[in-house]
Design a binder for this molecule. Sequence first.
Ligand SMILES: Nc1ncnc2c1ncn2[C@@H]1O[C@H](COP(=O)(O)OP(=O)(O)OP(=O)(O)O)[C@@H](O)[C@H]1O
Length: 331
Amino acid sequence: MLSINNFSISFNETKILEDINFDVKQGEIVTLLGSSGCGKTTILRAIAGLQKEHDGNICIGDTCVSSKEVYKQDREVGYIFQDYALFPHLNVEENISFALDKLSKKDRNKRVDQLLEQFDIIAHKHKQIHQLSGGQQQRVAIARAMANKPKILLLDEPFANLDSQLRYKTKMWLKNLIKKYNLSAVLVTHDKKEALSISDKIGIIHNKKLLQFDATQDIYSKPVNFYIANFLSEINILPKALIEKLELNVKENQTAIIEISKSKLTNKNTLLEVEIVDKSFCGEYYEILVKDVKNNETDELSMIKSTLENIDLNEKIYLDLKRENIKIILK
Ligand SMILES: Nc1ncnc2c1ncn2[C@@H]1O[C@H](COP(=O)(O)OP(=O)(O)OP(=O)(O)O)[C@@H](O)[C@H]1O
Protein backbone atom coordinates (compact mmCIF):
# COMPACT_ATOMS: atom_id res chain seq x y z
CA MET A 1 0.00 0.00 0.00
CA LEU A 2 2.77 2.43 1.00
CA SER A 3 6.40 2.12 0.07
CA ILE A 4 9.24 4.46 1.03
CA ASN A 5 12.26 3.98 -1.19
CA ASN A 6 15.78 5.39 -0.72
CA PHE A 7 14.31 8.38 1.08
CA SER A 8 16.90 11.00 2.11
CA ILE A 9 16.44 14.60 3.17
CA SER A 10 18.58 17.55 4.21
CA PHE A 11 17.67 20.91 5.72
CA ASN A 12 20.08 23.80 5.21
CA GLU A 13 22.69 21.35 3.91
CA THR A 14 22.46 19.24 7.07
CA LYS A 15 21.50 15.66 6.35
CA ILE A 16 18.55 14.63 8.56
CA LEU A 17 17.65 11.23 7.10
CA GLU A 18 19.61 8.93 4.84
CA ASP A 19 18.43 6.10 2.64
CA ILE A 20 15.24 5.18 4.49
CA ASN A 21 13.35 2.17 3.09
CA PHE A 22 10.21 0.51 4.41
CA ASP A 23 6.81 -0.77 3.29
CA VAL A 24 3.40 -0.66 4.94
CA LYS A 25 0.84 -3.23 3.84
CA GLN A 26 -2.91 -2.68 3.81
CA GLY A 27 -4.37 -3.11 7.28
CA GLU A 28 -0.97 -2.75 8.94
CA ILE A 29 0.02 -0.38 11.74
CA VAL A 30 3.65 0.68 11.49
CA THR A 31 5.31 2.81 14.14
CA LEU A 32 8.43 4.88 13.61
CA LEU A 33 10.21 5.18 16.89
CA GLY A 34 13.13 7.42 17.71
CA SER A 35 14.32 10.17 19.99
CA SER A 36 13.23 13.77 19.60
CA GLY A 37 14.47 15.46 16.44
CA CYS A 38 15.51 12.25 14.64
CA GLY A 39 13.21 13.00 11.69
CA LYS A 40 9.99 11.06 12.37
CA THR A 41 7.59 13.92 11.59
CA THR A 42 9.58 14.77 8.47
CA ILE A 43 8.81 11.29 7.08
CA LEU A 44 5.07 11.72 7.79
CA ARG A 45 5.07 15.15 6.16
CA ALA A 46 6.79 13.75 3.08
CA ILE A 47 4.23 10.92 2.80
CA ALA A 48 1.42 13.49 3.04
CA GLY A 49 3.05 15.63 0.35
CA LEU A 50 3.69 18.49 2.78
CA GLN A 51 7.45 18.10 2.51
CA LYS A 52 8.22 18.14 -1.15
CA GLU A 53 12.01 18.51 -1.37
CA HIS A 54 13.57 15.11 -0.79
CA ASP A 55 15.48 12.34 -2.53
CA GLY A 56 14.04 8.92 -3.23
CA ASN A 57 10.42 8.20 -3.91
CA ILE A 58 7.22 7.39 -2.10
CA CYS A 59 4.68 4.97 -3.56
CA ILE A 60 1.04 4.91 -2.53
CA GLY A 61 -0.71 1.96 -4.16
CA ASP A 62 0.58 1.82 -7.70
CA THR A 63 1.46 5.50 -7.89
CA CYS A 64 5.06 6.39 -7.16
CA VAL A 65 5.96 10.00 -6.64
CA SER A 66 9.24 11.73 -6.05
CA SER A 67 9.65 15.36 -4.98
CA LYS A 68 7.13 17.89 -6.22
CA GLU A 69 5.28 15.49 -8.52
CA VAL A 70 1.87 14.94 -6.94
CA TYR A 71 -0.35 17.26 -4.98
CA LYS A 72 -1.15 16.07 -1.51
CA GLN A 73 -4.92 15.96 -2.19
CA ASP A 74 -4.30 13.09 -4.58
CA ARG A 75 -2.57 10.95 -2.06
CA GLU A 76 -5.60 9.61 -0.17
CA VAL A 77 -3.89 10.26 3.09
CA GLY A 78 -5.42 11.41 6.40
CA TYR A 79 -3.00 13.27 8.66
CA ILE A 80 -3.57 13.66 12.40
CA PHE A 81 -1.17 16.29 13.67
CA GLN A 82 0.45 16.17 17.09
CA ASP A 83 -1.39 19.30 18.25
CA TYR A 84 -4.50 18.27 16.20
CA ALA A 85 -4.27 21.52 14.15
CA LEU A 86 -8.00 22.24 14.47
CA PHE A 87 -9.22 25.68 13.43
CA PRO A 88 -9.99 27.57 16.66
CA HIS A 89 -12.41 30.00 14.98
CA LEU A 90 -14.57 27.20 13.52
CA ASN A 91 -16.88 24.91 15.49
CA VAL A 92 -16.74 21.09 15.43
CA GLU A 93 -19.06 20.72 12.44
CA GLU A 94 -17.21 23.38 10.44
CA ASN A 95 -13.82 21.87 11.22
CA ILE A 96 -14.91 18.57 9.72
CA SER A 97 -16.81 20.14 6.79
CA PHE A 98 -13.63 21.96 5.85
CA ALA A 99 -12.09 18.71 4.64
CA LEU A 100 -15.12 18.02 2.42
CA ASP A 101 -15.11 21.09 0.20
CA LYS A 102 -15.43 19.01 -2.97
CA LEU A 103 -18.86 17.64 -1.97
CA SER A 104 -22.24 19.37 -2.49
CA LYS A 105 -23.66 21.07 0.61
CA LYS A 106 -26.22 18.27 1.04
CA ASP A 107 -23.67 15.44 0.78
CA ARG A 108 -21.25 17.35 2.99
CA ASN A 109 -23.83 17.73 5.78
CA LYS A 110 -24.74 14.06 5.51
CA ARG A 111 -21.11 12.94 5.72
CA VAL A 112 -20.37 15.27 8.67
CA ASP A 113 -23.32 13.85 10.65
CA GLN A 114 -22.20 10.34 9.78
CA LEU A 115 -18.68 11.09 11.10
CA LEU A 116 -19.99 12.82 14.23
CA GLU A 117 -22.10 9.74 15.00
CA GLN A 118 -19.29 7.35 14.20
CA PHE A 119 -16.83 9.13 16.47
CA ASP A 120 -19.38 9.70 19.23
CA ILE A 121 -19.11 13.51 19.14
CA ILE A 122 -22.56 14.34 17.74
CA ALA A 123 -23.50 16.04 21.02
CA HIS A 124 -20.62 18.49 20.48
CA LYS A 125 -21.52 19.38 16.88
CA HIS A 126 -21.97 23.10 17.50
CA LYS A 127 -19.29 23.58 20.16
CA GLN A 128 -16.20 25.67 19.66
CA ILE A 129 -12.90 23.77 19.86
CA HIS A 130 -11.87 25.36 23.16
CA GLN A 131 -15.07 23.96 24.72
CA LEU A 132 -13.90 20.36 24.14
CA SER A 133 -11.68 18.12 26.27
CA GLY A 134 -8.35 16.92 24.86
CA GLY A 135 -9.85 13.51 24.03
CA GLN A 136 -12.84 15.08 22.25
CA GLN A 137 -10.54 17.38 20.26
CA GLN A 138 -8.59 14.36 19.18
CA ARG A 139 -11.77 12.65 17.96
CA VAL A 140 -12.63 15.72 15.91
CA ALA A 141 -9.13 15.65 14.42
CA ILE A 142 -9.48 11.96 13.58
CA ALA A 143 -12.99 12.49 12.14
CA ARG A 144 -11.60 15.26 9.94
CA ALA A 145 -8.70 13.05 8.81
CA MET A 146 -11.16 10.23 8.01
CA ALA A 147 -13.66 12.50 6.22
CA ASN A 148 -12.44 11.71 2.72
CA LYS A 149 -12.13 7.97 3.39
CA PRO A 150 -8.34 7.84 3.15
CA LYS A 151 -6.43 4.61 2.59
CA ILE A 152 -3.56 5.69 4.80
CA LEU A 153 -3.66 7.35 8.22
CA LEU A 154 -0.64 9.27 9.44
CA LEU A 155 -0.56 9.91 13.18
CA ASP A 156 1.99 12.14 14.85
CA GLU A 157 2.31 11.36 18.59
CA PRO A 158 -1.45 10.67 18.76
CA PHE A 159 -1.55 9.95 22.49
CA ALA A 160 0.88 12.59 23.74
CA ASN A 161 -1.77 15.02 25.01
CA LEU A 162 -4.00 12.48 26.76
CA ASP A 163 -3.88 11.33 30.39
CA SER A 164 -2.91 7.70 31.01
CA GLN A 165 -6.49 6.33 31.38
CA LEU A 166 -7.69 7.99 28.20
CA ARG A 167 -4.45 7.09 26.45
CA TYR A 168 -5.09 3.38 26.92
CA LYS A 169 -8.72 3.58 25.80
CA THR A 170 -7.89 5.75 22.79
CA LYS A 171 -5.08 3.43 21.75
CA MET A 172 -7.41 0.43 21.66
CA TRP A 173 -10.15 2.42 19.95
CA LEU A 174 -7.78 3.69 17.28
CA LYS A 175 -6.30 0.26 16.69
CA ASN A 176 -9.80 -1.18 16.18
CA LEU A 177 -10.73 1.66 13.85
CA ILE A 178 -7.67 1.10 11.66
CA LYS A 179 -8.29 -2.65 11.54
CA LYS A 180 -12.05 -2.29 10.93
CA TYR A 181 -11.53 -0.10 7.86
CA ASN A 182 -8.46 -2.06 6.76
CA LEU A 183 -6.40 1.13 6.60
CA SER A 184 -2.64 1.39 6.57
CA ALA A 185 -1.34 3.52 9.39
CA VAL A 186 2.02 5.12 10.10
CA LEU A 187 2.36 6.38 13.61
CA VAL A 188 5.31 8.23 15.08
CA THR A 189 6.21 8.33 18.73
CA HIS A 190 9.16 8.30 21.10
CA ASP A 191 7.22 6.15 23.59
CA LYS A 192 8.36 2.54 23.30
CA LYS A 193 5.46 1.07 25.32
CA GLU A 194 2.97 2.77 23.05
CA ALA A 195 4.81 1.49 19.99
CA LEU A 196 5.00 -2.08 21.27
CA SER A 197 1.33 -2.24 22.21
CA ILE A 198 -0.25 -0.86 19.03
CA SER A 199 2.05 -1.77 16.15
CA ASP A 200 2.29 -4.68 13.74
CA LYS A 201 5.76 -3.49 12.78
CA ILE A 202 8.25 -1.04 14.26
CA GLY A 203 11.04 0.95 12.64
CA ILE A 204 13.73 2.53 14.79
CA ILE A 205 15.45 5.67 13.56
CA HIS A 206 18.80 6.77 14.95
CA ASN A 207 21.68 8.82 13.54
CA LYS A 208 19.83 9.52 10.26
CA LYS A 209 19.25 5.81 9.56
CA LEU A 210 16.44 3.34 9.92
CA LEU A 211 18.43 0.92 12.08
CA GLN A 212 15.90 -1.92 12.08
CA PHE A 213 12.42 -2.43 10.66
CA ASP A 214 10.68 -5.59 11.75
CA ALA A 215 7.55 -7.20 13.14
CA THR A 216 6.99 -5.97 16.70
CA GLN A 217 7.73 -9.30 18.40
CA ASP A 218 10.86 -9.82 16.29
CA ILE A 219 12.40 -6.41 16.86
CA TYR A 220 11.81 -6.87 20.59
CA SER A 221 13.22 -10.37 20.82
CA LYS A 222 15.95 -10.04 18.18
CA PRO A 223 17.31 -6.49 18.29
CA VAL A 224 20.20 -6.11 15.84
CA ASN A 225 22.29 -3.93 18.13
CA PHE A 226 22.66 -2.49 21.60
CA TYR A 227 20.94 0.81 20.77
CA ILE A 228 17.73 -0.98 19.80
CA ALA A 229 17.81 -3.41 22.72
CA ASN A 230 18.36 -0.56 25.15
CA PHE A 231 15.68 1.56 23.48
CA LEU A 232 12.99 -1.11 23.56
CA SER A 233 13.59 -2.88 26.86
CA GLU A 234 15.07 -2.43 30.32
CA ILE A 235 18.35 -4.30 30.19
CA ASN A 236 21.49 -5.15 32.09
CA ILE A 237 24.84 -5.16 30.34
CA LEU A 238 26.68 -8.18 31.68
CA PRO A 239 29.94 -7.13 33.31
CA LYS A 240 33.21 -8.60 32.00
CA ALA A 241 33.78 -10.75 35.06
CA LEU A 242 30.41 -12.38 34.62
CA ILE A 243 30.96 -12.94 30.89
CA GLU A 244 34.18 -14.79 31.76
CA LYS A 245 32.57 -16.79 34.52
CA LEU A 246 29.72 -17.86 32.24
CA GLU A 247 32.28 -18.61 29.48
CA LEU A 248 30.32 -16.58 26.95
CA ASN A 249 31.86 -16.02 23.55
CA VAL A 250 31.60 -12.24 23.22
CA LYS A 251 33.70 -10.59 20.51
CA GLU A 252 35.29 -7.10 20.66
CA ASN A 253 32.43 -5.47 18.76
CA GLN A 254 29.73 -7.26 20.76
CA THR A 255 28.11 -6.95 24.14
CA ALA A 256 26.13 -9.39 26.30
CA ILE A 257 22.80 -8.23 27.65
CA ILE A 258 19.88 -9.57 29.63
CA GLU A 259 16.50 -8.00 30.36
CA ILE A 260 16.05 -6.74 33.91
CA SER A 261 12.90 -8.83 34.26
CA LYS A 262 15.05 -11.90 33.57
CA SER A 263 17.90 -10.84 35.89
CA LYS A 264 17.05 -12.58 39.12
CA LEU A 265 18.66 -12.96 42.50
CA THR A 266 18.01 -16.11 44.45
CA ASN A 267 18.95 -17.83 47.68
CA LYS A 268 19.34 -21.12 45.81
CA ASN A 269 22.90 -22.02 44.90
CA THR A 270 23.64 -21.22 41.23
CA LEU A 271 27.44 -21.15 41.76
CA LEU A 272 27.32 -17.37 41.13
CA GLU A 273 27.41 -16.23 44.73
CA VAL A 274 27.39 -12.48 45.27
CA GLU A 275 27.42 -10.06 48.12
CA ILE A 276 25.14 -7.02 47.93
CA VAL A 277 27.32 -3.99 48.62
CA ASP A 278 24.71 -1.30 47.98
CA LYS A 279 21.18 -0.97 46.64
CA SER A 280 19.02 1.90 45.36
CA PHE A 281 15.25 1.73 44.88
CA CYS A 282 14.28 2.64 41.29
CA GLY A 283 10.55 1.79 41.27
CA GLU A 284 10.16 -1.39 39.25
CA TYR A 285 13.61 -2.65 40.25
CA TYR A 286 16.63 -1.95 42.43
CA GLU A 287 20.06 -0.93 41.21
CA ILE A 288 22.18 -3.38 43.12
CA LEU A 289 25.93 -3.22 43.48
CA VAL A 290 27.24 -6.74 43.84
CA LYS A 291 30.62 -8.23 44.65
CA ASP A 292 31.72 -11.66 43.57
CA VAL A 293 32.38 -13.44 46.86
CA LYS A 294 34.06 -16.45 45.24
CA ASN A 295 36.82 -14.34 43.74
CA ASN A 296 38.91 -12.99 46.61
CA GLU A 297 41.53 -11.57 44.28
CA THR A 298 39.31 -8.87 42.86
CA ASP A 299 37.41 -6.08 44.53
CA GLU A 300 35.55 -5.39 41.29
CA LEU A 301 31.93 -4.42 41.81
CA SER A 302 29.21 -4.99 39.25
CA MET A 303 25.91 -3.19 38.92
CA ILE A 304 22.89 -5.38 38.28
CA LYS A 305 19.33 -4.14 38.06
CA SER A 306 16.90 -6.61 39.60
CA THR A 307 13.96 -6.88 41.93
CA LEU A 308 14.56 -8.20 45.43
CA GLU A 309 11.43 -10.33 45.41
CA ASN A 310 11.60 -13.60 47.36
CA ILE A 311 15.13 -12.88 48.55
CA ASP A 312 16.21 -13.32 52.14
CA LEU A 313 19.02 -10.80 52.52
CA ASN A 314 20.35 -12.64 55.58
CA GLU A 315 21.07 -15.76 53.58
CA LYS A 316 23.61 -16.41 50.85
CA ILE A 317 22.64 -14.65 47.63
CA TYR A 318 23.28 -15.86 44.11
CA LEU A 319 22.73 -14.47 40.63
CA ASP A 320 20.16 -16.44 38.66
CA LEU A 321 20.69 -15.70 34.95
CA LYS A 322 19.45 -18.27 32.47
CA ARG A 323 21.75 -18.73 29.48
CA GLU A 324 18.87 -18.71 27.02
CA ASN A 325 17.89 -15.21 28.19
CA ILE A 326 21.32 -13.73 27.53
CA LYS A 327 21.65 -12.06 24.13
CA ILE A 328 24.97 -11.34 22.48
CA ILE A 329 24.54 -8.45 20.08
CA LEU A 330 26.54 -5.78 18.26
CA LYS A 331 27.60 -2.79 20.37
N1 LIG B 1 11.38 22.84 7.49
C1 LIG B 1 12.50 22.63 8.20
N2 LIG B 1 13.57 23.42 8.06
C2 LIG B 1 14.71 23.20 8.74
N3 LIG B 1 14.88 22.19 9.62
C3 LIG B 1 13.84 21.37 9.80
C4 LIG B 1 12.59 21.53 9.11
N4 LIG B 1 11.75 20.56 9.51
C5 LIG B 1 12.42 19.81 10.40
N5 LIG B 1 13.68 20.29 10.59
C6 LIG B 1 14.72 19.70 11.46
O1 LIG B 1 14.82 18.33 11.11
C7 LIG B 1 15.04 17.55 12.27
C8 LIG B 1 13.97 16.47 12.37
O2 LIG B 1 12.71 17.08 12.71
P1 LIG B 1 11.40 16.23 12.94
O3 LIG B 1 10.33 17.20 13.34
O4 LIG B 1 11.15 15.37 11.77
O5 LIG B 1 11.84 15.34 14.19
P2 LIG B 1 10.98 14.36 15.11
O6 LIG B 1 11.73 13.09 15.19
O7 LIG B 1 9.59 14.31 14.63
O8 LIG B 1 11.05 15.13 16.50
P3 LIG B 1 9.98 15.21 17.72
O9 LIG B 1 9.88 13.82 18.28
O10 LIG B 1 10.64 16.15 18.67
O11 LIG B 1 8.69 15.74 17.16
C9 LIG B 1 15.06 18.52 13.46
O12 LIG B 1 16.42 18.82 13.74
C10 LIG B 1 14.34 19.73 12.93
O13 LIG B 1 14.81 20.90 13.55
